[in-house]
Design a protein around this ligand. Structure first.
Ligand SMILES: NC(=O)c1ccc[n+]([C@@H]2O[C@H](COP(=O)([O-])OP(=O)(O)OC[C@H]3O[C@@H](n4cnc5c(N)ncnc54)[C@H](O)[C@@H]3O)[C@@H](O)[C@H]2O)c1
Length: 251
């Protein structure tokens, strides 16, 4: 029996965890649209050079016109859109600081990309999924709202909102044959994290103090959960958050 191949859109897919998703999905035979603020075409070219089915489109997830354009390009290239992966987010570029040193503007910007972004993307793609009677939305949350991680209150609050968004939207879209789930990664050595010394030091603390499996987490560790949530085997799972963090939090 051959596995079903699907059409995926991965926001923030040009680097870090998003690129690991895009590469693994394409290698598994799926068609992939990399939607990113920067580097989307270049990232897609790296994968098409390997004979994989990938296109890249410059997309700002908070701009409805960009996201609708991304959907149109997806349907033109691959005929439909099956799976939206809401991965784009602000994290690795954020400075760690006590809550009262976070400006209102920084708070709003984090909320904008991390919560308005998935909302704008879901609103744009759900009509296409409803038309097909099938769809999967996978939101990339974080284990930080479960742990109550300090010194990034804006980020932690935004990812708590992503988990709540996942649950409510799952209830609204079940009747349309669309599942909505989240993956909550632990601290992961993505490209952005590796460029940020403070974040890397935080990773050492997590690994040594709270992880059952005491090794570094890499983007590839998250791929299995995404492939599963998009597979036929996950058709009766919705509204859930799967922590992939080496056994640091237990939900
Ligand atoms: N790295 C970690 O430890 C970790 C842990 C938990 C959750 N996460 C989440 O995983 C996701 C990916 O994280 P990462 O570490 O790979 O981050 P990263 O900073 O390495 O990559 C983020 C990607 O999103 C893109 N992006 C940012 N704003 C965008 C916008 N407005 N529109 C479109 N694209 C945009 C960036 O260009 C970049 O390619 C994020 O949602 C992050 O919050 C990361």
């Amino acid at each position: 029996m051959t596995a079903t191949t699907r059409v995926f859109a991965v926001t923030g897919g040009a680097s870090g965890i998003g690129f690991a998703f895009s590469e693994a999905l394409a290698r598994a035979g799926h068609s992939v649209v990399i939607a990113d603020l920067r580097g989307a075409s270049e990232a897609a070219e790296r994968l098409t050079a390997q004979g994989l089915k990938v296109i890249g489109t410059q997309t700002d997830v908070i701009k409805p016109a960009d996201v609708v354009g991304m959907l149109e390009q997806t349907v033109k290239a691959f005929g439909r859109l099956d799976v939206l992966v809401n991965n784009a987010g602000l994290f690795t570029t954020l400075a760690l600081k006590p809550f009262d040193q976070i400006s209102d503007a920084e708070w709003m910007r984090v909320m904008e990309v991390n919560t308005l972004g998935p909302f704008v993307c879901a609103k744009a793609v759900v009509p296409e999924m409803r038309k097909n009677g099938f769809g999967r939305i996978v939101n990339i949350a974080s284990t930080t709202p479960i742990k109550g991680t300090p010194n990034m209150l804006h980020y932690v609050a935004s990812k708590g909102a992503v988990i709540a968004f996942t649950r409510s939207l799952a209830r609204e879209l079940g009747k349309d044959g669309i599942t909505v789930n989240a993956i909550a990664p632990g601290f992961t050595l993505s490209d952005g994290v590796l460029e940020n010394d403070l974040h890397s030091q935080m990773g050492d603390v997590v690994r040594k103090t709270s992880r059952s499996l005491q090794r570094d987490q890499v983007p590839e560790d998250l791929v299995g959960a995404l492939l599963f949530l998009a597979s036929d085997g996950a058709s009766f799972i919705t509204g859930q958050t799967i922590a992939v963090d080496g056994g640091s939090v237990f939900i």
